[in-house]
Design a protein around this ligand. Sequence first.
Ligand SMILES: [Zn+2]
Ligand SMILES: [Zn+2]
Length: 282
Amino acid sequence: MQRLIGAHTSTTGGLQNALYEGKQLGCTAVQLFTASPRQWKAPPITREQVEKLNQARRETGIETVVSHAAYLINLASPDPETRRKSYEAYRAELQRCAALGIRYAVFHMGSHPDFDTGMRLLIENLRNLLAELPDGVCITMETMAGQGSTLCYRFEHFAQIYDALPDERLVICADSCHLFAAGYDLRTPDTYEAVWREFDRLIGLSRLQVWHLNDSKKPLGSRIDRHEHIGEGELGESAFRLILNDPRFAALPMIIETPDETRYAEDLAKLWSYVGQLPPAS
Ligand SMILES: [Zn+2]
Ligand SMILES: [Zn+2]
């Protein structure tokens, strides 16, 4: 089985270019923005965009494409207007993903100054989104670092969502940097195993379906989200070796979002080396 290792690549000049760039860098999966990540509104996907993306899939062999939704989205916002715009923007993202054959639409869990109120608003919006969710797409919740009043940086927070919404179309993207910043230590075999026992007990391992692989500039439990290149931060190489060689995660797309795109190929080559492979030839 081919490993799905990739990067968040650029869609400048068309969505398909993310795949061609990914191929050059040594990716077997990519993450992309289906629209500008800093705007609320985006035009719907055209037939031409779908055809070009599918042609790129055939030409590169990169079938697995993950989307990352706009950073503006806050489904738990205390401001009703922002909440409404967030709902519409993420619903549109899910529709674009359905049109493009993209299964995972990763989004940030949002923030609210009052945690319990924020969780209630988030769950209410997720319930409504599930009712309108197109076939073949999963609402993909990213584990957060816990900066400021961010929601969903502890496994208990996701357990609360699943208690209210036990739906298999609601899945999780684990970000290694965010997990570590939130206090989950992935560096040694013992602490690593304890983290996944906890995840399985509170959430269920089958719900983890996407990885973001980033090292962390900040220490364990700092609750600060600063990505670092693979093996060069506080997590270090050991954590990535454990993740890459964990058979429970071997089929999942693993995407880097490291700070300097000109070093993507280097980071990807490290990940491939941890599984004893060379990056696929471009
Ligand atoms: Zn993200
Ligand atoms: Zn981050």
